[in-house]
Design a protein around this ligand. Structure first.
Ligand SMILES: *[C@@H]1O[C@H](CO)[C@@H](O)[C@H](O)[C@H]1NC(C)=O
Ligand SMILES: *[C@@H]1O[C@H](CO)[C@@H](O)[C@H](O)[C@H]1NC(C)=O
Length: 557
């Protein structure tokens, strides 16, 4: 062999081995072909965009199976987002035909098989959101590529209906609601039936999601309908107990929507709503209004899941036997409430002075059902570490803590305790992300002490510090690699410490007696393991305040 032949042979073998790809894949609906993206020597990812997992849904009906197609579906373009209101709430965009999913499959020298599978559910308050391409400008926040490549897992992202089309309910069998949750369930069942053909292990499915997506993961693990389909679950900043995650009076919202679209509010209401066009229904959603300390914004989110006697046969607290064998990794960001509370209490911003009265008013809104006594005891708790003449930082931090506790942290602790208390083989892992905000610091818009705000976890889980390195520092790449390691190890083995990737600190399981959790940040070390997260405040909200109830009515949780 001459040198040229040898060189050719090398080039050819490189060419063939680095192009490991699934090619055309046979699914239950027909054949699909994605696109292979080379990522380096012997490394590539097959990306499938816009595969239908259900037919175009009928308005306010459960999803139905897709009729299928002939020929090869070119799965190279994202589908539309599910129809939703625009940011300004003056128009709608997206499509009714939105029950599609995307799949990222990593390959080495050989085509992959039997990989763990992670299914992503986006957030957006059950009102908005999408995983079909760019979320903002050119930034496709939810690309599964980094997680798939680094963690050697399959990533799937799905579309589900939101707003009126996803969650309108009359609170009875006329319009039971939860359509968006049924969509998610249909996507999980599709993945379970089809993912083997993509190189996935149907017995190794992990759900993950953030905010309303995290709450969705919580509902999907509590429903009896996913028995045998889901092995593990990750909820980031959202669980079923969040005050915005369930609507306790859906009939009232249905009446408002009916009036807006000109439907009768008697027994003809459901039929009339079903025959109303999708755009009109979407625009009839209750407006999301600017909050204030006396009427915080999250209390206005009313198009959300309901106890319908089917998908959710009972209150979430009574459904934990259904997740007894599901491994659950769940947590919050230490300033998850900042985004919302800064809207409700504008004086919290860096350049303004916050009167103590603003904090008291915010707390009064959240403790309303517990009366003056409730406000007094809660106020004493949140101000217990204040100086005799409290600094602005102390006052502002208390405001953010109140928002974080009420909207996210305490409901999340409730879910963690219940999961651990009811588990059989399912393990529980609890975290608190407390990386300083990229928006905080001298010359930046946020107060210097602001930690991880709502949605700050997303960029690290999806590997953005690697995708757009200039926007981040090395510490953010460290943190991103830690989170991807914990998350994908967990998807692979049910234990965030064990799997393909090395982790910086061993994350102990949350146990019934130890209540351990892990503080996650770029500088984490052995002392990042804690116990009994915010126990004083967990006690305040779950025990002290409810015991003060004097009106005899049973309240949330
Ligand atoms: C999941 O994947 C891991 C790693 O490939 C494997 O050890 C395990 O047996 C798989 N199945 C289940 C049900 O965990
Ligand atoms: C762990 O991190 C904390 C906070 O950054 C630091 O104060 C402490 O010295 C570190 N401990 C070790 C053992 O490195």
């Amino acid at each position: 062999m001459d040198l040229l032949t040898i060189l050719f042979a090398v080039v050819l073998s490189l060419g063939t081995t680095s192009a490991a790809t699934l090619g055309v894949v046979q699914t239950e609906g027909g054949r699909v072909q994605g696109k292979n993206i080379p990522l380096g020597l012997f490394r590539s990812v097959d990306v499938f965009k816009g595969i239908p997992f259900a037919a175009k849904p009928e308005i306010l009906e459960k999803p139905k199976p897709h009729p299928g197609w002939s020929g090869v579906l070119k799965a190279t373009k994202f589908a539309s987002r599910c129809m939703q209101i625009s940011v300004l709430q003056t128009s709608s965009f997206g499509s009714e035909d939105c029950l599609y999913l995307n799949i990222w499959v990593p390959h080495g020298r050989e085509v992959s098989s039997n990989l763990p599978v992670m299914i992503w559910f986006y957030g957006g308050g059950f009102m908005v959101g999408g995983s079909m391409g760019a979320n903002f400008l050119n930034n496709y926040l939810y690309s599964g590529q980094e997680i798939a490549d680094r963690g050697n897992v399959i990533v799937v992202s799905v579309g589900y209906r939101v707003g009126t089309l996803g969650f309108l309910s009359t609170g009875d069998s006329d319009l039971p609601g939860n359509y968006g949750l049924w969509d998610q369930h249909a996507s999980i069942a599709w993945v379970h039936r089809n993912i083997r053909a993509f190189g996935g292990d149907p017995e190794n499915i992990t759900l993950f999601g953030e905010s309303a997506g995290g709450a969705s993961v919580s509902f999907q693990s509590l429903t009896p309908h996913n028995k045998g389909l889901v092995r593990r679950a990750i909820s980031q900043s959202g669980v079923a107990f969040c005050p915005w995650a369930m609507n306790k009076d859906p009939h009232k919202v249905a009446l408002q929507v009916a009036e807006k679209v000109g439907c009768p509010t008697d027994d003809r209401m459901a039929a009339c709503l079903k025959s109303t066009d999708a755009k009109t229904l979407t625009m009839a959603a209750p407006r999301i209004v600017q909050g204030s300390p006396d009427a915080p914004g999250v209390l206005h989110l009313t198009l959300s899941p309901v106890v319908d006697g089917d998908f959710l046969p009972d209150q979430p607290a009574n459904l934990f036997h259904n997740s007894a064998d599901i491994d659950y990794l769940v947590g919050v960001n230490n300033h998850d409430g900042h985004l919302f509370t800064a809207q409700d209490v504008p004086s919290l911003s860096k350049d303004k002075t916050t009167p103590v009265e603003d904090i008291r008013r915010l707390l009064a809104s959240y403790t309303k059902e517990f009366g003056q006594a409730g406000l007094d005891v809660a106020f004493a708790e949140y101000t217990s570490t204040w100086e005799s003449s409290p600094s602005q930082d102390s006052i502002k931090k208390a405001g953010v803590d109140i928002g974080t506790d009420y909207i996210f942290l305490i409901p999340t602790q409730t879910a963690i305790y219940l999961h651990a208390d009811n588990s059989k083989s399912g393990r529980t892992f609890s975290y608190l992300l407390n990386e300083p905000s990229l928006m905080a610091g001298p010359g930046k818009p946020y107060n210097d002490w602001v930690g991880s705000d709502h949605a700050d976890d997303l960029q690290f889980v999806f590997g953005k510090p690697f995708v757009t390195p200039k926007a981040y520092a090395d510490r953010h790449r460290d943190l991103s690699s830690y989170m991807i390691a914990y998350w994908t190890n967990f998807a692979r083995t049910g234990n965030p410490n064990q799997g393909n990737l090395k982790v910086p600190v061993s994350w102990p399981e949350f146990t019934r007696s130890g209540h351990q959790f892990l503080e996650i940040n770029a500088k984490m070390n052995e002392s990042s393991v804690g116990q009994e997260m915010r126990l004083r405040f967990v006690r305040l909200w779950t025990s002290t305040l409810p015991s003060l109830q004097s009106d005899g009515v049973t309240h949330a949780q």
